[in-house]
Design a protein around this ligand. Structure first.
Ligand code: AGP
Length: 593
C-alpha cells in the first residue's frame, strides 16, 4: 500500500521530516519513492527514485535541500511499472501531488486533459490529479478551489496531499477510502498530513484522523494552523488524540529485523492481550457467527471456529472477504458478523463489512490499528494490543487476534495465561533449531504444511508465511486430505511440515506422513516432548527431522505452534537471503481490490 507524508513549516528542514517519515512508511510495502518541495524562490522541485528510501535519501542529500513545504510518497505499483516516471510526486504547472488509492475514472479524465493540451509522462492513474488541478487553475480557480473541483470529479479512493509553487504557505489534503491523519509538531511550528500514525510518530504527538470526504487545508501566516471541512464544505473539528505510536514501536531495538523483533514479542503480546481483554459478548444470544477476513486474519478466523464451536457451542462460518462480498450472500439478521483485520484498512474486508451494515446488521471488528477505517465504521470494536506491527508478514498480530477470539469463546475463567506465555518463550529459546531446519527447507521445490484439528489453521498460516517470505510454493492442508490428490506431487524435492503436537490427532497425522515418506517425500515433524515415547523409530528415518516443542493443554497448544511456524518461515527466508521485513510484491495492508 502506498504511503504519503507532507509538511508545512516555519523551519526550512522539511526534507528531513519527509525522509524520516518515508523510512517509517517502508513497512507498508513499496517499490519506489519520491519527494517534491518548493524552494526559497517559489520553484517546485521533484526528486524520485526506484528502490529503497536509502537511494532517495542519498539523492536528496546531494542537493542540500532547504524547504519549508514539501510532500513525499512510497509507491506500491498498481497502475504502471516500477519506474522513476511512475513514481510520485506527480506534477503539472507548479502543482505537485502524492496519492494513495485508485482513481478509477482516470482514463476518461486523462482523455479530456490530453484533448485540453496536457501531455502525460507516466502510466499512472494518479498523474491525472495534478493535471486536473492545474487545468482548473487555468480556468481561473484558486489553488484550493481547483483542488476541491478536481477531487469532486474522481471516482475511486484517495488520500492526496498537494502543494503549489505560487502558494508556498499552503498545504492541502483530502481523504476518501484511504487513511489520512493530520498533526502539529509540539512547538506548533510545523504541520504534517500523512497516511497514518506511524509516519507521524516523532513528528506529531497529537493527531486527528480525517473522516471520509474530509479536506484539510494548512496555512502558514503569523501562526501555522489547519482547518478541516467535510463533504458539504462545512468546517468540522476532528477529535485530536495522542499519537500512540512511539519511536520504540518503529525501531528495531537491537533486532536484525522488525519481523524477528515482533516474533520475539509474541509471548508479551499474549500476556498483554489476556491482561487487557475485557470484552463480554454474550454469544448465547446469537444463533450463529460469521467471521470474514483475508490472509492471515482469515486463518485466525478459522482457528476461532474450532474454539467457538467446541467451547461456546455456537455455529461459525468463516469466509474470505473478497468472495463474500461478491457472491450475494444470504445474511442472517440475528447472527454476529465479525471482521478481523490487523491493519483495519483491507478494502476487501472493509467493503464486506459495509455490505453487512447496509443490511442493517450489527458488525464487530477485531483490529490492531485503533483509528483505522474498519475500526471507525464497525458498530463494535475489539482493539487488539499487539502494538505497531512493522513487518509486512503478520506475526504478533496473529497471536493477538487468535487469543482475543479464544477469550471471547472461553472468557478468563480458569484460563492459565502463564502456561501460554511460558510455552511460547520455550519455543523462542529453540530459534536456533528452526534456523538449522531452515537450511534443509530452503532447497525445497514445494512445501506442504499439514495438521489436524486446530493444527490445520496453523498449517495454513505456516504455509502462507513461508510462501510470502521465501517465495516458494507452499500449501496448507488438513493432513487427512493429502491422500485425496496432493500426494501425487510428492517426491524427493517435496518437503512436508507436519504439525503434530501429542494430542488426539497425533497418531493419524504421523500415519499420514508415513504415506509421504513412502514416496520419498521429506518430513519435518513439529511435535511435542510427550511424543518422544510414541515415535516407534519414525524419527530414525533419514528423511525425517523432528522438532520437539513443550507440551501444554490442547487448548493452548496453537500458541507455541504459531511462534514455531513464524520462526521457521523467518529463518528459511533469511537462509535464502531475502528481505524478511519487506518481501517482494507485498504491502502491509491492501487497500486496493
Ligand atoms: C499476512 O502475513 C499477509 N501479509 C496478509 O495475508 C494479511 O494477513 C492480509 O492482507 C490481511 O491483512 P489485514 O489483517 O490487515 O486485514
Amino acid at each position: 500500500m502506498c504511503g504519503i507524508i507532507s509538511a508545512l513549516s516555519f523551519d526550512d528542514g522539511v526534507s528531513e521530516s519527509l525522509l524520516s517519515a518515508l523510512e517509517r512508511l517502508e513497512y507498508r510495502g513499496y517499490d519506489s519513492a519520491g519527494i517534491a518541495y518548493i524552494d526559497g524562490n517559489s520553484r517546485l522541485h521533484r526528486i524520485r527514485t526506484v528502490g529503497r528510501i536509502k537511494t532517495l535519501r542519498e539523492a536528496v542529500e546531494r542537493q542540500s535541500v532547504k524547504a519549508n513545504v514539501g510532500i513525499g510518497h512510497t509507491r506500491w505499483a498498481t497502475h504502471g511499472k516500477v519506474t522513476e516516471l511512475n513514481a510520485h510526486p506527480h506534477s503539472a504547472d507548479g502543482v505537485a501531488i502524492v496519492h494513495n488509492g485508485i482513481i478509477e475514472n482516470y482514463q476518461e479524465l486523462r482523455k479530456r486533459l490530453v484533448a485540453a493540451g496536457y501531455s502525460f509522462e507516466s502510466e499512472t492513474d494518479s498523474e491525472v490529479i495534478a493535471k486536473l488541478i492545474a487545468f482548473n487553475m487555468k480556468s481561473g480557480a484558486s489553488f484550493e478551489s481547483a483542488f476541491k473541483q478536481a477531487i469532486s470529479k474522481f471516482v475511486g479512493t484517495f488520500a492526496i496531499a498537494a502543494i503549489y509553487e505560487a502558494e508556498p504557505d499552503v498545504l492541502i489534503g483530502a481523504k476518501r477510502g484511504s487513511p489520512m491523519a493530520v498533526g502539529l509538531s509540539k512547538d506548533g511550528r510545523s504541520c504534517f498530513i500523512a497516511s497514518d500514525a506511524v509516519a507521524l510518530s516523532s513528528l506529531a504527538d497529537e493527531i486527528a484522523y480525517l473522516e471520509e470526504e474530509d479536506i484539510v487545508v494548512a496555512r502558514k501566516g503569523d501562526t501555522l494552523r489547519y482547518e478541516i471541512c467535510n463533504a458539504s464544505g462545512e468546517t468540522v473539528v476532528r477529535e485530536v488524540v495522542p499519537n500512540k505510536v512511539s519511536l520504540d514501536d518503529v525501531t528495531k531495538n537491537g533486532y536484525e529485523t522488525f519481523m524477528l523483533k515482533e516474533i520475539f514479542e509474541e509471548p508479551r503480546v499474549a500476556r498483554n492481550t489476556y491482561d487487557k481483554f475485557d470484552y463480554d459478548v454474550d454469544l448465547s444470544k446469537f444463533p450463529g457467527v460469521s467471521i470474514i477476513a483475508c490472509g492471515t486474519s482469515y486463518y485466525a478466523g478459522l482457528l476461532a471456529k474450532y474454539w467457538l464451536e467446541d467451547i461456546a457451542g455456537i455455529h461459525v462460518d468463516v469466509e474470505i472477504a473478497s468472495e463474500f462480498r461478491y457472491r450475494n450472500p444470504v445474511l442472517f439478521k440475528n447472527s454476529l458478523y465479525v471482521f478481523i483485520s490487523q491493519s483495519g484498512e483491507t478494502i476487501d474486508t472493509l467493503c464486506a463489512m459495509r455490505l453487512v451494515k447496509a443490511a442493517g446488521i450489527k458488525t464487530l471488528a477485531l483490529v490492531n490499528v485503533d483509528a483505522s477505517s474498519i475500526a471507525r465504521e464497525a458498530d463494535y470494536v475489539i482493539k487488539t494490543v499487539a502494538g505497531v506491527e512493522v513487518g509486512v508478514a503478520s506475526t504478533k498480530a496473529f497471536v493477538a487476534q487468535t487469543l482475543s477470539m479464544l477469550l471471547l469463546a472461553k472468557r478468563k475463567a480458569d484460563f492459565d495465561i502463564d502456561v501460554v506465555e511460558s510455552a511460547m518463550n520455550s519455543v523462542l529459546n529453540k530459534s536456533h533449531e528452526f534456523a538449522k531446519t531452515a537450511e534443509k527447507l530452503k532447497s525445497g521445490r514445494s512445501l506442504f504444511y499439514v495438521g489436524r484439528g486446530t493444527s490445520y489453521p496453523i498449517s495454513l498460516e505456516g504455509a502462507l508465511k513461508i510462501k510470502e517470505l521465501s517465495y516458494v510454493s507452499a500449501e496448507g492442508y488438513p493432513s487427512g486430505e493429502i491422500k485425496h490428490g496432493p500426494i501425487a506431487i510428492v517426491d524427493d524435492c517435496v518437503h512436508t511440515v507436519a504439525i503434530a503436537p501429542f494430542d488426539k490427532h497425533f497418531e493419524k497425522t504421523v500415519s499420514n506422513t508415513q504415506e509421504i515418506l513412502a514416496r520419498n517425500g521429506k518430513v519435518i515433524l513439529l511435535t511435542t516432548d510427550a511424543a518422544r515415547g510414541s515415535l516407534h523409530g519414525f524419527d530414525a528415518n533419514e528423511n525425517v527431522d523432528c522438532i520437539f516443542l513443550p507440551d501444554c493443554d490442547a487448548l493452548y497448544q496453537p500458541f507455541p505452534l504459531m511462534t514455531a511456524i513464524h520462526l521457521l518461515a523467518y529463518h528459511t527466508a533469511k537462509a535464502k537471503g531475502y528481505d524478511v521485513d519487506k518481501p517482494r510484491n507485498l504491502a502491509k495492508s491492501v487497500t486496493v481490490e
